[in-house]
Write a protein that binds this ligand. Structure first.
Ligand SMILES: Cc1ncc(COP(=O)(O)O)c(C=O)c1O
Length: 381
């Protein structure tokens, strides 16, 4: 019996165990000094002026929209090829999601396609650096200037990616916010978590308040300040803060991120080699990693014929190989069917053809050989 090959297993070592234990022993497990340390270190790693850590990428997206003043009556343009969290965040602030089709080659939104869909109600665009592939951020920030809209990058998949010579998350424009996820299967794992990066100090202050009930301070502020005063609400906020216990897992992960990315690149190249040349498997070409562009390889995906995709996923999973689907197109979720329109052909097809194969730093060549053999076998059947 072969060991299960898990789809996206986090990779922890003694560093995480040690810091989590130390944090528990300190008794300060809520939001405090480790959250601040993580925010500072992530800011350095991705060249961000300000980082605000929150409970998830979903809340990072929602708070970003709120902080940007997006609400009822506003339209927010996004991609149909994303996790439902992206559109849910738009709905949760009372705005209307508008779906624009992806470029079939990169699976990403392009500034050109988005520009054609901008109306006088458009207040924000949420492009997704899907699978870890960097977006044309120069094009999107130009669009922000021309149309006075916010760009809120959903970078749940792309911590560690490089776009236009800068890390994803770099604060290259005042109207660009970047949202990361630290969900357990993400490139940088914790027990849930997210973060927003921004160039704007006022916006960062708004986000800090929004993540904690709209208050003007947190418990750590009160603890370390010798002149106690109760925190006061200056707006309506959410309960979306992060905790030191989660930061205790994420801090060592951040230190190991570069090594994880190198392993992911190596594994993806191995999959390319093992799967090339099969008539029913279409590889998705990636630009080679360079100082200008780097794919973060959160997902390794291939395209297979629609008629086989769901059966093959089912059969691989039956053999404990964690194949998965990312994602059914947004307009195929019953709640979001009203967002469908005839101009979404590329995302619709991608949602039916894409197959994600197991990818995480704990895998080696022998695992990938087994995945590739079984995929070829099931496609033949
Ligand atoms: C594209 C995308 N956006 C947002 C999210 C939400 O992230 P989180 O689970 O941290 O809320 C996910 C989660 O998988 C995602 O894939």
């Amino acid at each position: 019996m072969n060991d299960p090959i898990i789809f996206g297993q986090p990779h922890f070592g003694e560093e995480e165990v040690e810091l989590v234990s130390r944090t528990i022993r300190s008794t300060w497990i809520g939001q405090g000094p480790l959250v601040e340390e993580f925010e500072r270190k992530l800011a350095t790693a991705v060249w961000a002026d300000h980082v605000v850590a929150v409970s998830s990428c979903t809340t990072a997206l929602e708070l970003s929209l709120l902080a940007a003043g997006v609400g009822p009556g506003d339209e927010v343009i996004t991609t149909p090829l994303t996790f439902v969290a992206t559109v849910n965040a738009i709905e949760c602030v009372g705005a209307s999601p508008v779906l624009v089709d992806i470029d079939p080659a990169t699976l990403l939104l392009t500034p050109e396609a988005v520009r054609a869909a901008v109306t006088d109600r458009t207040r924000a665009v949420i492009p997704v650096s899907f699978a870890g592939r960097p977006l044309d951020l120069a094009g999107f920030t130009a669009l922000a200037e021309q149309h006075d809209v916010w760009i809120i990058e959903d970078a749940a998949h792309s911590v560690g990616a490089v776009a236009g010579g800068q890390p994803v998350g770099a604060t290259r424009h005042p109207r660009l916010l970047t949202c990361f996820s630290f969900y357990p299967n993400k490139n940088l794992a914790s027990a849930e978590g997210g973060a927003v990066t921004t160039a704007d100090a006022d916006l960062a202050a708004r986000l800090r308040s929004l993540r904690l009930h709209g208050l003007d301070g947190d418990a750590w502020d009160r603890y370390r300040d010798r002149h106690y005063r109760p925190a006061l609400a200056t707006r309506v906020g959410r309960k979306a803060n992060w905790t030191d216990l989660q930061a205790a897992i994420a801090l060592p992960q951040l230190a190991k991120l570069e090594g994880f990315l190198a392993t992911r690149e190596h594994l993806a190249a191995t999959y390319d080699e093992l799967l090339a040349g099969h008539p029913d498997i279409r590889l998705i070409p990636r630009p080679p990693p360079s100082l200008a562009e780097r794919h973060a390889l959160h997902l390794y995906q291939v395209r297979v014929p629609v008629a086989h995709r769901d059966r093959v996923v089912h059969e691989l999973r039956g053999e404990s190989i964690g194949a998965a689907v990312h994602y059914p197109a947004v307009h195929h979720h019953p709640y979001y069917e009203p967002l469908a329109h005839p101009g979404l052909a590329a995302a619709t097809l991608a949602g039916e053809e894409l197959l994600s194969l197991p990818l995480h730093p704990g895998l080696g060549r022998r695992h990938l050989v087994r995945v590739a053999d079984r995929l070829r076998h099931h496609l033949a059947g």
